[in-house]
Design a protein around this ligand. Structure first.
Ligand SMILES: [Cu+2]
Length: 370
């Protein structure tokens, strides 16, 4: 198929023809206990450089794409950290990488709360304490060497989210989802694949020409295929999200950027938004909104109920970003369970004694209470 025609078909049929691949085994979150209010929780973040897969092998990216990433705890994104309003969070950063790393917690205020940690040399370790006064969802990221190179460290994958459950939160099935851009020296463009394993491309970055849009660290991670009449496999071995028709779902949506906003929309759905980034507006609910703008460097709490069985698709409604990978499939199905989350997307619920995701997903997180 002509490449331009392919691209047009790809974008055009997404809304009406997404087909799902075979079900995969889900990771079951660990059994959890209720934590007393005002609990102190601990988390360990390990900075390191690793090679990751950022695009599956498909027609858009022949051979798949590997990338020299920078991570906290080995994954893009870094683990989602969840606490309750009023809790205290002890954060330890250990730099096991080959270059300087650091922390910037948007949930913290003041250098003592890791909102500007200062640089850690390879082999160094340091801890901070945050008080979770403000409910919402907040970005954290590496700030590199006192901001020198912060753009590269964020683009390379050093970002995650802190969820602070409010005291009056309604029960919901919750998910962690990130949208981000990748600027890759080895990516030769759509349909061409990559020339080896790439690294951060400063020229593409300053010209704002991302190669890929990643959802939880990979383009088309949760989109098995597109097209009903011109079906094209994008990630037949991938996963997708499952919910029950009618149940309240809550999406902690992080946009670390590093440059571009996300026009978030559920195809076939409506959304309610809690703007957890601005303290005074938290609790404001925008009912039945269609699309919500999430600027780079922020996160939003988005709620949605999917009324009927079937397929719904979360997208960045800037359509070039869909083509570059910024979409995820949600299947509303009656046999969905409370724990059938794709790996890495489960969020420790309000009242939990666990601070981060499943231990098998974030092996170095301590998940402990003090
Ligand atoms: Cu870093």
């Amino acid at each position: 198929m002509n490449k331009n025609v392919f691209a047009g078909v790809f974008a055009g049929v997404l809304a009406v023809g997404l087909l799902l691949g075979p079900s995969l085994s889900w990771i079951t979150p660990t059994a959890d206990a209720q934590a007393p209010q005002g609990t102190t929780k601990n988390v360990l973040l390990i900075a390191e450089e690793v090679v990751v897969d950022v695009a599956p092998d498909n027609a858009l990216h022949p051979g798949g794409i590997k990338y020299n990433a920078m991570t906290f705890n080995g994954t893009i994104p870094a683990p989602v950290i969840a606490v309750d309003q009023g809790d205290t969070l002890n954060v330890t950063l250990r730099n096991e990488g080959k270059t300087i790393h650091s922390l910037d917690f948007h949930a913290g205020i003041g250098p003592s709360q890791a909102s500007g940690s200062g640089p850690l040399q390879p082999g160094e370790s340091k801890s901070w304490t945050l008080k979770a006064d403000n409910a919402g969802v907040f970005m954290y990221h590496c700030a590199a060497d006192a901001l020198m190179g912060v753009w590269e460290h964020i683009a390379n994958g050093m970002y995650g989210a802190v969820v602070v459950h409010p005291t009056n939160e309604a029960p919901a099935k919750e998910f962690y989802i990130t949208f981000s851009e990748l600027y890759d020296t080895a990516d030769q463009g759509l349909f061409k694949g990559a020339n080896g394993t790439g690294s951060f491309d400063l020229t593409k970055f300053v010209e704002d020409q991302p190669d890929l849009v990643l959802t939880n660290g990979m383009a088309h991670k949760y989109v098995p295929s597109v097209g009903k009449y011109a079906k094209t496999d994008l990630n037949p071995n991938g996963t997708h999200f499952k919910v029950k028709p009618g149940e309240l779902t809550r999406w902690y949506l992080l946009n670390p950027g590093p440059n571009d906003g996300v026009s978030f929309h559920f195809i076939n759905g409506m959304i309610d938004v809690h703007d957890g980034f601005i303290k005074d507006r938290y609790g404001t609910q925008l009912l039945n909104d269609e699309t919500w703008w999430v600027p780079p460097g922020s996160a939003s709490v988005i709620e949605s109920t999917f009324p009927e069985e079937g397929i719904y698709v979360g997208v960045d409604h800037a359509m070039a970003d869909v083509l570059k990978g910024g979409a995820f499939a949600v299947e509303a199905v009656n046999n969905s369970t409370a724990t059938d989350h794709p790996p890495g997307t489960w969020v420790a619920p309000k009242g939990s004694s666990v601070v981060s995701g499943n231990a098998t997903e974030a092996p170095t997180a301590t998940n402990s209470t003090a």
